[in-house]
Design a protein around this ligand. Structure first.
Ligand code: F6R
Length: 238
């Protein structure tokens, strides 16, 4: 575990490790979480880009998850969040990004195309994840098996509540989403799980030290290769 004193320290440590990946392979394939936790790391990476110490513009980016049923340009679209937080400041052109659709006439085809694009790219080099209060990674809500595919899901009440502050209330949170599957995430060559704050302490402990179970999807990270946990003291309880 990469233990940090606080959130700023966590963001710097994770950004340094991310930048090393991009320096070794400038066109690395990456999955980028949204949510609050990785924002400090993305900002720190933007600082490194501006300082000229790393180039992130050649990364090939795959979306982790998206709300379903909203317009692609809805203010709540997670693609827009990822674009504002990472893609635009890093100069990643849209054609290097594989999206998950918020609307589709044919979700099965869109899902097949997403997983095929990952396979065609040779798999994922680095997957950035946050940890949901119910142990979800991406929007793999419990129960989710280790081989769960990319799919449509109903958000749990717990996840709707945790997403409410993003958009100004529970009634603003879409109830359906599409998520990269567990099998996509767990097959990534490296996985950074970023966890901050005392509210995540119990679920982080369960994910890392509890039974490996579909009830806590993040617990499958215990048996995946290449996992690195970046946690601050509040989350790690250390
Ligand atoms: C976001 C995502 C979610 C979040 C998780 C933690 O794209 O897939 O799994 O990473 O809910 O959210 P925060 O970081 O806001 O606590």
């Amino acid at each position: 575990m990469h233990l940090s004193d606080d959130y700023a320290d966590l963001s710097r440590q994770a950004a340094a490790a991310f930048a090393d990946v991009a320096r070794a392979k400038p066109d690395a394939t990456v999955i980028l979480a949204t949510g609050n936790t990785p924002i400090g790391m993305y900002d720190e990476l933007t600082r490194l880009v501006h300082a000229g110490t790393v180039d992130l513009s050649r990364l090939r980016v795959f979306q982790l998850d998206e709300y379903v049923g909203i317009a692609p340009d809805d203010r709540r679209a997670l693609y827009g969040w990822m674009d504002r937080a990472a893609l635009a400041p890093w100069g990643v052109p849209a054609e290097q990004v594989v999206r998950l659709p918020s609307r589709s006439d044919d979700f099965p085809a869109a899902i097949a195309a997403y997983e095929a694009a990952i396979a065609a790219a040779g798999g994922i080099d680095l997957c950035i994840l946050g940890l949901g209060p119910n142990g979800h990674i991406g929007f793999n809500e419990p129960p989710a098996d280790r081989d769960a595919p990319t799919r449509l899901i109903d958000l749990t009440p717990e996840s709707i509540a945790s997403n409410a502050p993003y958009w100004g209330g529970i009634d603003q949170v879409p109830t359906k989403a599409i998520t990269a599957g567990m099998r996509v995430l767990l097959a990534s060559r490296r996985i950074f799980l970023l966890v901050s704050g005392g509210a995540k302490r119990a679920i982080l402990h369960e994910a890392l030290h509890g039974p490996v179970t579909s009830q806590v999807p993040a617990s499958y990270l215990q048996s995946a290769a290449g996992v690195e946990v970046f946690a601050d003291r509040a989350a790690a309880g250390a």
